[in-house]
Design a protein around this ligand. Sequence first.
Ligand code: ZN
Length: 114
Amino acid sequence: MLYIGVADIPGSDDHEGYVAGLSADGSYTDIWTDVRHGGTPGLLAYAPACECGWHGRSHPSDPGGYRAAAQDWLSEHFAVLDPARPVLAGLGRPLCPDTDFLIAPDPARHRTLA
Ligand SMILES: [Zn+2]
C-alpha cells in the first residue's frame, strides 16, 4: 500500500506497506511476494510489514488475518509516523485504504479468460 492521498506527507514514499507471510523459522516474505490465496508454502501467519523494515504482530493466515495485518500497518505504523501525524490531524478524517493508497491488485481477481 503506497500512500497517494491529497495531503503531502514528507517521506511517505519510504513507507510502502504490505502483508508479509511469517514462516516457522521466523522469516518474513518480502514486498514482492503476494501471500494471498495460500500460494506460499510453510506460511504460518500474516504480519503487517513496511519497506522500511518495520513488522507488526502476526495474525492468522486467513482472509480476516490478511485484512487485520493490512489495517495494522496503516494504524500502528504509517498513521503514527512523525511526519504523518500533523498532516493527518489536519486532514480532518481517517485515512481511507481505498482512496488514499495505491494497493496491489489481487491476482485472483484480475485473471483473464483464456
Ligand atoms: Zn515504514
